[in-house]
Ligand binder design. Structure first.
Ligand SMILES: [Ca+2]
Ligand SMILES: [Ca+2]
Length: 251
């Protein structure tokens, strides 16, 4: 081996050693990032944080189901006393709200749904009468149908009088979304055909199989309604052993 060849071989050896050292470092580099994402390893050495607790089973995305909702025209949805979805578009375009849910049973679902109606007249676009409608399907098979409860809280225009429109309304009961709220005296929801509701394109891009369009008995004049359903699964117990520590509210 002459001097030139020796230098080339040596340079290659140095480069290989440097690469090997770099590779050896790499597995350790992502560790701090994992800690930032909530891994328990990242909690050590961080001041007052609690140490990892053995035996904790956290829920994972495999425990969740998909949920899809479509309201004519707007809704907010609560499950087991927690607000979990709100229609992000007031009324146009008609849109689907699709979410991931961590189902826990018994599951009390409460929906406040509103037709596009002026609270003072019950009309839309001046003196027109619009109709409502709500449909929902969860991946666990929970769907809207006539087994739900439905009650109107704003009705109008009374007698369909659009010349001198008047409304009849009452405040929502304080705990309308609570699991323990007594809705036993409420009427059942009325089912409506897809033809009657005439949903727009986003409806057909989601899975609503088995679900029915529901509202109160007056699809035209009942403009603000609450829809409630309690889903029972008597032998169900959660796979996970944790409970949320945070309070999921905007307060
Ligand atoms: Ca209406
Ligand atoms: Ca409407």
């Amino acid at each position: 081996m002459n001097a030139r060849a020796f230098l080339i071989v040596s340079a290659c050896a140095v480069a290989s050693l440097a690469l090997a050292q770099q590779d050896a470092k790499q597995p350790q580099d992502p560790a701090p990032a994992k800690g930032k994402q909530g891994g328990q390893g990242g909690r050590q050495g961080r001041g007052n944080r609690k140490p990892p607790q053995d035996g904790i089973v956290k829920p994972s995305m495999e425990d969740t189901v998909k949920g899809a909702m479509y309201a004519d025209n707007w809704f907010v949805l609560w499950i087991n006393g927690k607000q979990v979805a709100v229609d992000s578009i007031d009324f146009l375009p008609h849109n689907v709200v699709a979410i991931d849910l961590l189902p826990e049973y018994p599951m009390t679902i409460a929906v406040l749904a509103k037709d596009n109606a002026d609270p003072a007249t019950g009309c839309e676009y001046g003196r027109q009468i619009g109709d409502g409608g709500f449909i929902m399907r969860f991946g666990d098979g929970t769907v809207t149908d006539a087994s739900w409860k439905a009650k109107c809280f704003m009705h109008g225009p009374i007698d369909r009088d659009t010349t001198n429109p008047k409304v009849r309304s009452e405040p929502l009961p304080k705990d309308w979304h609570a699991p323990g709220f007594d809705d036993s005296s409420w009427p059942n929801a009325t089912e409506y055909s897809q033809e009657r509701i005439d949903p727009k394109e986003p409806f057909f891009q989601h899975d609503f199989s088995g679900a029915k369009w529901i509202w109160t008995s007056d699809l035209d004049l009942d403009n603000t309604v609450v829809l409630r359903k309690r889903v029972e699964k008597p032998n169900w117990s959660p796979r996970w052993t944790t409970k949320p520590d945070l309070k999921p509210t905007a307060e």
